[in-house]
Design a protein around this ligand. Structure first.
Ligand code: SF4
Length: 195
């Protein structure tokens, strides 16, 4: 049985990948490492939701309880436009490293479920880390289960957030003038995340 560390960005996004892997007999551990979630109360809500999800499914879960706002902001400041690449890399790298150093056979991420993320870039970042660290990466296009995941997360009563995570995306979500500007520039729209 393959021992797999699954990075989870939030509980709703973890639903479909978790079911997919369990049906195929993977021995999975959930890994919540998301310094990108702000502000603190939102971080707490998403963390608690993942804990509830893990408990309901009787799954082991590892939670990074530290609220790493400063660390995150320092890593994206002055490169806000490319912040998502930095953000994804930060979370995936920590997952791959943890998997490598703690006896896991492979790693993957629920980021591959989201229609609002840059799927191909995430896949490539995972492949590169897999190669450089010498740990297997499990790839699947979990977006195929987009609708199923949403319906199931609602049925399970999981907390569903209204923006991607960082304070920049919170502004994108609620500042109408920014949303319009982003659309006009053809930017990737993460503002409707998890609605
Ligand atoms: S919009 Fe989402 S993916 Fe991009 S930096 Fe913010 S939290 Fe990370």
């Amino acid at each position: 049985m393959t021992k797999l560390l699954l990075h989870v960005c939030c509980a709703p996004c973890a639903v479909y990948p978790t079911d997919f892997l369990l049906i195929r007999n993977y021995d999975i551990t959930l890994f919540f490492y998301n310094p990108n979630i702000h502000p603190f109360r939102e971080f707490q809500k998403r963390k608690e939701s993942v804990e509830i999800f893990a408990e309901n499914h009787n799954l082991p879960v590892l939670i990074d309880v530290q609220y790493r706002l400063t660390e995150f902001i320092r890593s994206v400041v002055f490169r806000e436009k490319s912040r998502c690449s930095v953000c994804q890399q930060m979370r995936i790298k920590e997952t791959a490293l943890f998997a490598k150093n703690n006896g896991f056979d492979a790693f993957s991420t629920s980021l591959l479920y989201s229609k609002y993320q840059n799927h191909e870039e995430i896949r490539q970042q995972c492949l590169d880390l897999s190669k450089s660290l010498g740990i297997q990466f499990f790839y699947h296009d979990f977006r195929e289960g987009w609708k199923i995941g949403i319906e199931s997360s609602i049925a399970q009563g999981l907390y569903r957030q209204s923006y991607c995570g960082c304070i920049y995306s919170e502004q994108d979500r609620y500042d109408k003038s920014l949303r319009k500007k982003g659309k006009d520039n053809g930017e990737h729209d993460r503002s409707g995340y998890q609605q």
